[in-house]
Write a protein that binds this ligand. Structure first.
Ligand SMILES: *[C@@H]1O[C@H](CO)[C@@H](O)[C@H](O)[C@H]1NC(C)=O
Ligand SMILES: *[C@@H]1O[C@H](CO)[C@@H](O)[C@H](O)[C@H]1NC(C)=O
Length: 608
C-alpha cells in the first residue's frame, strides 16, 4: 500500500507501477487508485481487509457496495473480499477533461450497521491521441505577402489530461513556412504559420504541409492535419512578347484590311491579371496610326488605307501589351514594317531643247536636246532606259545616270529632209515594265550652202576704157537652192548689180551696199560674197565680223568680204579654172577697200 500524494510526480509513479493504493484516512476513508482502461477482473484493493472486516462476516453482515451511477464498474468478491474492475473504465467518459477523476463507493455492513467511504481514483493513461477538428486546413495566401507574414492555424485537442494532453506541434520541413506556437497563460496554444520565404504563384500554386501534434504521454501519441495552402495571384508579372522586335515585309499597295501580324503576348499571372489589351504605344507617330489598326483584344495589326512605298517605306510601330489588373503592368515590343516596292510609277521625262532648229550644217555630236528621266519607284522598278525611234540621223548619248543627250549622228541636209519627228521612249526595269514616250520635232534650219548657180560658169566682159564710175557694165544672174535670205537675189527693186568698172589699165570696182545676184526665186540676198575655193586664205576668221554671213562661190574672181563694217574686194589674179586674169599684178590677190558710204574702191588700195 502506497500513500498517494496529489503531486504529479507521485501520480506518474503510481501509473508506472500500476500499484493499487489504499489509504485509510482519518475519517475512515479508503483511497484506491487504478489506471483507466484496465481489463475486467483487474485487482483494485483488498477492500474487506482494509476496512477491518473478516471475510467470514461479509455475507452474514450483508456486505454491500453502493455507488452513484457507477455500480457496475467495480465489484467485490465476497469470498476473498477483493475489489476488482468489473467493466472497462474510461476516465474521459467518466470525468471528461477534469484533471481529477474518482469513483466514490459506499460500503455498508449490518449488525452493527457500518458505512465506509471508499474512493477509487481513476488515473489517466495516454489513450487519446491529439485530434484536429478537420482533416485538412485550407489557407489562401496572396503571393505578394511579405516574409514574416503570419497566418493562424487551428490547434489540436487531446482528451487526456495532464502530460498526456500537453501538445507540441511540428511542421514538416519546407522552404517557405515555419510554425510559431505561443501558449496563452500556460493553457491554450496559439498556432501561427509564418512565411519565411516569399511564395510565387507562378512557380507553385499550392503548398501541401503536414502539421503534427504530439502529446506528452509515454509513449506519445500524435495527430496530424494537412495544410493546403493556395497561393493567390498578385499582378507581379508584366505581359511579355516572345520577341522584342518583329520584322515584317509587306508589298506596297497591300489592300486595306490585310493582316500584318497577329501579336501574342503572354502573362504569367492569373485571372484579369493575365488578360491582355494590345495598344499602340504613346511613341507611335500619327503617320503610323493612320496606316495601321490594332485590335486591342486579338493583337491583330491590319492595314488601314493605302501603303505607298514612295510616300513612306518603313514604319516602326511600338506596341504595348497591358494587363487588365487595376494596377496594370505593361509589356513592349516593336513591329517594323518594311514596304517592298511595286512598279506603280511610270517613268517621267523632261526634255530641254538646246539647239532647235538645228542648223543643217551642224557638226556631228551637236547636242540638240537634253533628256532627264526619273521614276519614283526604286530598284529595277525605278531604273529607266531611253530609246529613240530608228532610222534618224540622231542618237541618244547617256551622259549620266538617267540623263541623256539627243545628238546629231549624221549629216543633215535641209534640202532633203527639213523636219524629223522623233519618238523618245523611257522604259523602267520593272516587270511588267512601264514606259513613257515623248515626240520631238526637229526642224532643220537652212544654211546658205548652195551657191547661186549662174546661168553661165564664166562671163567674159569687155569694158570700154574711160567709163565713168558707176556705169553699168553687165548683169549676172544665178539660182540658189537655199531658203529665204540665203536665196534672195537681184530681183528686188535695187539696181542690178555687181558692177565692176575699169580704170585705165586696171580694174576698178564699186559695189552697192547690197550686192545682188539675181536668183530665180525668193527675196534678194544681203551681203553676197563671191568666193573662189582656189583663193589663198582670206582674212583670218578672228578679223571677220559676223557681218560676214555668207560666202558664195561663183566662178567670178571677185570676192567681197567685210571686216567690221568695212567692205573689201578681194581680187585674185588666178581664176578658179586656172586661167590668169589679165591686167592683174603678180601678187596673188589684191584687196580693195570699199568705202562704207559709196562702196566704191578706195583709191589708195588700187595698186594695180
Ligand atoms: C500565344 O503564345 C502562347 C505562349 O507563347 C501560346 O501558348 C499560345 O498558343 C499563343 N497563342 C496564339 C493565338 O498564338
Ligand atoms: C479601310 O477599311 C476600313 C475598314 O475595313 C475602313 O473603315 C476604311 O475607311 C478603309 N480605308 C480606306 C482608305 O479605304
Amino acid at each position: 500500500m502506497v500513500y498517494s500524494q496529489r503531486s504529479p510526480g507521485c501520480r506518474r509513479l503510481l501509473l508506472l507501477l500500476l500499484l493499487l493504493t489504499a489509504l485509510e484516512s482519518e475519517s475512515g476513508h479508503i483511497h484506491y487508485s487504478i489506471p483507466e482502461e484496465v481489463k475486467h477482473g483487474t485487482f483494485v484493493g483488498r477492500i474487506a481487509q482494509d476496512l477491518g472486516l473478516e471475510l467470514a462476516e461479509l455475507v452474514p453482515r450483508l456486505f454491500r457496495v453502493a455507488s452513484k451511477g457507477h455500480r457496475d464498474l467495480l465489484e467485490v468478491n465476497l469470498q476473498n473480499g477483493i475489489l476488482f474492475v468489473n467493466s472497462r473504465i474510461d476516465r474521459e467518459a467518466l470525468c471528461g477533461r477534469s484533471a481529477e477523476c474518482s469513483i466514490y463507493l459506499e460500503v455498508i455492513v449490518d449488525r452493527p450497521l457500518q458505512v465506509f467511504h471508499v474512493e477509487v481514483e481513476v488515473k489517466d493513461i495516454n489513450d487519446n491521441p491529439p485530434r484536429f477538428l478537420r482533416q485538412e486546413q485550407r489557407l489562401f495566401i496572396l503571393e505578394s505577402r511579405i516574409v514574416d507574414s503570419r497566418f493562424p492555424l487551428e490547434g489540436a485537442s487531446d482528451m487526456d489530461v495532464g502530460a498526456n494532453a500537453e501538445l507540441k506541434y511540428k511542421l514538416n520541413p519546407n522552404e517557405y513556412f515555419d510554425l510559431d506556437v505561443k501558449t496563452n497563460e500556460g493553457e491554450t496554444s496559439i498556432l501561427e504559420l509564418v512565411l519565411k520565404k516569399a511564395v510565387d504563384r507562378e512557380e507553385t500554386q499550392e503548398h501541401l504541409l503536414l502539421l503534427t501534434a504530439v502529446d506528452g504521454g509515454k509513449p506519445e501519441l500524435t495527430g496530424t492535419v494537412q495544410l493546403l495552402i493556395s497561393v493567390l495571384d498578385a499582378n507581379d508579372n508584366a505581359p511579355k512578347f516572345d520577341k522584342s522586335v518583329y520584322n515584317i515585309r509587306l508589298l506596297e499597295n497591300t489592300p486595306n484590311g490585310t493582316l500584318v501580324i497577329k501579336l501574342n503576348a503572354s502573362d504569367a499571372d492569373d485571372g484579369i491579371n493575365k488578360e491582355i489589351v494590345y495598344l499602340f504605344s504613346n511613341l507611335v507617330l500619327d503617320n503610323v496610326r493612320s496606316k495601321f489598326i490594332i485590335n486591342p483584344n486579338s493583337g491583330e495589326i491590319t492595314v488601314n488605307g493605302e501603303l505607298d512605298y514612295e510616300d513612306c517605306n518603313l514604319y516602326e510601330i511600338n506596341i504595348d501589351a497591358v494587363d487588365r489588373s487595376p494596377f496594370p503592368l505593361t509589356g513592349h515590343c516593336k513591329v517594323i514594317v518594311k514596304l517592298l516596292d511595286e512598279n506603280d510609277n511610270t517613268p517621267e521625262m523632261v526634255i530641254t531643247y538646246i539647239s532647235l532648229p538645228v542648223q543643217e550644217d551642224a557638226s556631228l555630236g551637236t547636242v540638240i536636246a537634253l533628256i532627264s528621266l526619273s521614276d519614283h519607284d526604286s530598284g529595277p522598278n525605278g531604273q529607266v532606259t531611253c530609246t529613240l525611234s530608228p532610222h534618224v540621223p540622231f542618237k541618244l548619248v547617256s551622259t549620266f545616270k538617267n540623263y541623256y543627250s539627243l545628238v546629231l549622228d549624221s549629216a543633215l541636209d535641209r534640202e532633203s529632209v527639213a523636219n524629223y519627228k522623233l519618238v523618245v521612249t523611257a522604259r523602267d526595269g520593272g516587270s511588267p515594265s512601264l514606259s513613257a514616250t515623248a515626240s520631238v520635232s526637229v526642224e532643220v534650219a537652212d544654211v546658205n550652202d548652195n551657191a547661186p548657180a549662174f546661168a553661165q560658169p564664166e562671163y567674159t566682159v569687155f569694158v570700154k576704157e574711160n567709163n565713168p564710175p558707176g556705169c553699168h557694165i553687165f548683169t549676172v544672174s544665178a539660182r540658189d537652192a537655199d531658203a529665204q535670205e540665203n536665196a534672195r537675189g537681184a530681183c528686188g527693186p535695187a539696181k542690178p548689180a555687181l558692177v565692176c568698172s575699169s580704170a585705165v589699165g586696171s580694174w576698178s570696182c564699186s559695189q552697192q551696199r547690197r550686192q545682188r545676184v539675181c536668183s530665180g526665186e525668193g527675196a534678194p540676198k544681203a551681203d553676197l560674197m563671191a568666193f573662189s575655193p582656189s583663193l589663198p586664205q582670206g582674212p583670218s576668221s578672228a578679223d571677220i565680223s559676223h557681218d560676214v554671213a555668207v560666202y558664195h562661190e561663183v566662178n567670178l574672181v571677185v570676192t567681197v568680204f567685210k571686216i567690221h563694217s568695212s567692205c573689201y574686194c578681194l581680187v585674185p589674179r588666178v581664176l578658179s579654172d586656172g586661167r590668169r586674169r589679165t591686167g592683174l599684178t603678180d601678187s596673188d590677190h589684191t584687196i580693195f577697200h570699199l568705202n562704207d558710204e559709196t562702196r566704191s574702191f578706195d583709191g589708195n588700195k588700187t595698186n594695180f
